[in-house]
Every structure is written in structure tokens, then in C-alpha cells.
Ligand binder design. Structure first.
Ligand SMILES: [Zn+2]
Ligand SMILES: [Zn+2]
Length: 134
């Protein structure tokens, strides 16, 4: 058993295991820009467990709050963000969980870059926050 998902147009599809390494919300400005939204919803997945079909495009984002470059993979046909990867963590990918076919099991356990969250966003006080990522 696992979970599946894909981009809006269906050119990119993937499968991941039932459980993630971690699930988080990222409020950094670059995630807001790339998602065209208030934040990114992310699931850390072991790269060897990430089964991808289709060929996403990549944007190498070097102007990040952390200073580390982020590879942002997206569908070149419909623009859906699919996942991000950090060259410093070659064995993990960070899936954009809005692309899951079934998002009902997503449960973020931490908010990162909470200091740059949009004004209207209220964070559940029971969920830990990092004001910055590192
Ligand atoms: Zn697409
Ligand atoms: Zn971010």
C-alpha cells in the first residue's frame, strides 16, 4: 500500500509510501511565490521510495532565506509544483502534498519559517514552530 498523486494535467504522476519521514508547513517567501499561495505543505520522503513517472522541469532557487539552494521541480505543462530537493540532503525529497490524490492523511507536525507567514495565517498553538529553518 502507498499513496499516489500527480500534477493538475496528469503528465507527472508519483507513488510514495503510506508514511512520511516528516510532514511540515513552510512559510518562507519563496515557497509562497512558487506555490502562488500562503505556504507550502511538505512531506519528507526517502528518495528511493519516491516513484516518479513523467519528466518534471526544475528551477534551481538560489536566492533563499536559508542561503542554501533549493531545486524546485514542477510540471512544465500545467505548472503544478511537485517536489523540492536540497543538494545537502541527497536521499530525501520534499513532496508538495497538495498534489496527493488523497490529502486526508496529511498532518503537519511543524511549521518552519513561521516568522514570514502571511498576516492572516493563524498557527495551531499545539504545533511547534521554527521562526527560521536553521
Ligand atoms: Zn501537469
Ligand atoms: Zn519554503
Amino acid at each position: 500500500m502507498g499513496r499516489s498523486g500527480g500534477c493538475l494535467c496528469g503528465a507527472i504522476r508519483y507513488e510514495i509510501p503510506e508514511t512520511s519521514l516528516m510532514e511540515a508547513i513552510c512559510h518562507c517567501k519563496n515557497c509562497q511565490k512558487q506555490a502562488g499561495s500562503a505556504f507550502s505543505t511538505l512531506a519528507g520522503i526517502k528518495k528511493s521510495d519516491f516513484k516518479l513517472t513523467g519528466e518534471p522541469k526544475v528551477y534551481v532557487d538560489t536566492d533563499t532565506d536559508s542561503g542554501a539552494s533549493v531545486e524546485r521541480f514542477f510540471c512544465g505543462a500545467c505548472g503544478s509544483p511537485i517536489y523540492s530537493a536540497l543538494p545537502s540532503q541527497p536521499n530525501v525529497i520534499y513532496l508538495k502534498t497538495g498534489t496527493l490524490d488523497d490529502t486526508s492523511e496529511f498532518k503537519p507536525s511543524i511549521h518552519v519559517w513561521a516568522s514570514t507567514r502571511q498576516n492572516w495565517v493563524e498557527i495551531d498553538p499545539n504545533v511547534p514552530q521554527l521562526q527560521k529553518q536553521s
